[in-house]
Design a binder for this molecule. Structure first.
Ligand code: EPU
Length: 422
């Protein structure tokens, strides 16, 4: 198993290229199940989660080929329809919950699917009731059997679905189900994340009729079939946000090349409140850590609120800022796994229900740390960049699920960081 070793105390200066967005790539790969021909994506991030989705699509019968550039992927349906298997097995769904995203497209196109129930994960229980409620509203028969969800419906029909909460992958699954349904589907209280908009853009390129993505009401007029497409995936706003915090904390000066400020408004606003300079430039976003950091309060919310996927990284920023910051995690009930690890590095944090109170301004010190979730692991790498002496971040496979070559990108802007064997 790999570990990341960081020697703290170096300023980050230079340019970091931002990769394609993980949480856009995963639904887009699932959407390639919808058209009758081969679709190609560019700017696909080189991540373990993308590899897992590729394995799943192959298991279903599709051919998944990397292009001449490492970052292009072509996904083609089998020439013989008998080769199609409408089942997502437990071993792949348990590795990556986003595997559940094949359910919507398979039912829409083939009238049925059997997908393992994801179960809970490190950050919370994460139920799938909203995905299933929406499919039922569209006329599907849903059966839970031996840990699997079986969904059947010869032809889904349009429906009005009011989501209990704006679930991101729930909304994406239902959008992919609705594009080939008969009639109009309206998703109310829809997720407004940029990745949902990206999926709508790609579905429309395929010939779907999706409107309202990016707002709380998405309307989908069903069509009879969809065409294969070619598309370059949007930049990863959470990767950009993570490096922004790293640049700010090391008093660095970094251009996040390709990052889009309109995807990061809440994060940029909080960075500015913390005393960080953030400027939109033609090539991306420039982040400069200049004066002393200021304490900031954070409340995580669905987009356009502050993203839960940036909560752990901002907690490290709060640890460095003198004074008290209050962080409230409203999306996932168990997303504070980084807290005990940060405390081992000398942070002063109290958890009270959904809130974490951070008394910042203390110098962190390096040690061996590990976390059981992706963003928590990223926060520990950032902590290592400013900690005294050496920090070893163990169980790096969590990082590899969502950050492409994180140590290479950070090394290129001056961090003392390397990958080693645990
Ligand atoms: N929820 C339900 N029932 C459902 C669906 C969701 O109760 O049927 C609840 C969840 O338990 C949670 C809330 O609704 O409390 C929101 O969860 P959501 O469904 O939006 O999360 P998700 O779609 O499973 C995606 C991202 C996550 C990100 C969240 C929130 C992908 C592949 N994953 O998950 O990304 O944290 O939205 O923005 O898009 C990450 O990249 O590290 C990551 C965890």
């Amino acid at each position: 198993m790999d570990k990341i070793v960081v020697e703290g105390g170096n300023r980050l200066v230079g340019e970091i290229p931002i990769s394609g967005a993980k949480n856009a790539a995963l639904p887009l790969l699932a959407a390639a199940l919808l058209p009758s021909g081969a679709s190609t994506y560019h700017n696909v991030p080189g991540l373990e989660d993308v590899v897992t989705m590729g394995k799943l699509l192959r298991k279903l019968g599709w051919a998944v080929e990397a292009g001449a550039s490492r970052h292009s992927i072509t996904i083609a349906p089998p020439t013989n329809a008998k080769k199609i298997k409408l089942e997502a097995p437990y071993d792949l769904v348990k590795t990556m919950r986003a595997s559940f995203l094949v359910l919507g497209p398979l039912v829409a196109r083939y009238g049925k699917a059997r997908v393992s129930q994801p179960g809970g994960c490190a950050i919370g229980a994460r139920p799938i009731d909203q995905h299933l409620k929406g499919l039922q509203a569209m006329g599907a028969k849903v059966t839970l059997d031996h840990g699997y969800v079986e969904v059947e419906c010869k032809k889904l029909r349009g429906a009005t679905i009011v989501l209990d909460m704006p679930t991101v992958t729930g909304c994406e699954n239902l959008m992919m189900a609705a594009v080939l349904a008969k009639g109009r589907t309206v998703i109310e209280n829809a997720a407004r994340e940029p990745e949902v908009e990206e999926l709508a853009l790609v579905l429309n390129k395929m010939g779907a009729k999706v409107s309202g993505a990016g707002t709380a009401n998405i309307t989908i007029e069903g069509v009879d079939d969809l065409q294969p497409i070619e598309h370059a995936i949007m930049p990863d706003r959470i990767e950009a946000g993570t490096f922004a915090v790293a640049a700010a904390m090391t008093r660095g000066d970094v251009l996040l090349a390709g990052a889009r400020p309109e995807h990061l408004e809440a994060v940029i606003a909080k960075l500015r409140s913390a005393g960080v300079q953030v400027v939109a430039e033609a090539g991306g976003i420039r982040v400069r850590g200049t004066g002393e950091l200021k304490a900031v309060d954070i409340v995580t919310q669905p987009h356009p609120g502050f993203p839960t996927d940036m909560q752990a990284q901002f907690m490290v920023l709060a640890c460095a800022a003198p004074g008290q910051s209050v962080i409230q995690e409203n999306i996932f009930e168990n997303r504070y796994m980084h807290v005990p690890e940060l405390m081992r590095m000398g942070a002063d944090i109290t958890i009270s229900g959904r809130a974490a109170i951070v008394r910042g301004g203390k110098q962190l010190t390096g040690t061996s740390v590990m976390a059981t979730d992706l963003r928590a692991s990223a926060s520990l790498v950032i902590a290592g960049l400013v900690a005294k002496d050496k920090t070893e971040v163990l169980r790096v496979y969590h990082l590899d699920r969502g950050y492409e070559a994180i140590e290479k990108k950070l090394r290129a802007v001056g961090a003392k960081i390397k990958r080693g064997k645990q």
